[in-house]
Design a protein around this ligand. Structure first.
Ligand SMILES: [Fe+2]
Length: 166
């Protein structure tokens, strides 16, 4: 029996724009589980091409998210942006390998093991490096809101722009 994949509030980074995107990615994956999982109607699952297309679309959505996240990191002057970018590239390479494996396997039902692999891949990102970035982001924010730094208009403008991105 497939567990229902839903957003958990403890995954939040308290950066609204990123939380919204992460939630969107989880919902995107949940939709694929719903459409192609073992409990889906046989008319919906059992179509290998449609399933691989849906999983490819998910990978592209994550790639776009990584790109926007890197722009945000640059905007706020996050010093570990290069390291984070490398991590994104490794995650995408991992997913490309996984897709190749699923394609070779001829996967036509998004079975539980595949669902778990995809979920772990997304959560590795949200609960891993993004937590380090969120910590740094909140430190920058605290620094700017503390007394004595309210005159730093340019830094404040960068932070506000980041909060509103894209
Ligand atoms: Fe992220």
């Amino acid at each position: 029996m497939t567990r229902l994949l839903t957003w958990h509030d403890e995954w939040s980074l308290n950066i609204d724009v990123l939380d919204e995107e992460h939630r969107g990615l989880i919902e995107h994956l949940a939709d694929i589980c719903h459409r192609f999982g073992p409990e889906a109607s046989p008319r919906r699952s059992g179509d290998a091409c449609a399933l691989i297309d849906a999983l490819t679309d998910l990978g592209e959505a994550v790639r776009e998210h990584f790109k926007r996240e890197e722009e945000l990191m640059q905007t706020v002057g996050y010093e570990d942006v290069a390291e984070h970018r490398t991590e994104h590239a490794l995650l995408m390479a991992e997913y490309t390998d996984q897709l190749r494996h699923w394609r070779a396997e001829g996967i036509d039902v998004f079975h539980e093991e595949a669902q778990e692999d995809a979920r772990d891949w997304i959560l590795d990102h949200i609960l891993g490096a993004d937590r380090d970035f969120a910590k740094a982001f909140h430190e920058i924010e605290d620094h700017l809101t503390s007394a004595g730094h309210c005159h730093d208009v340019a830094a404040r403008a960068r932070l506000n722009a980041a909060r509103r991105y894209p």
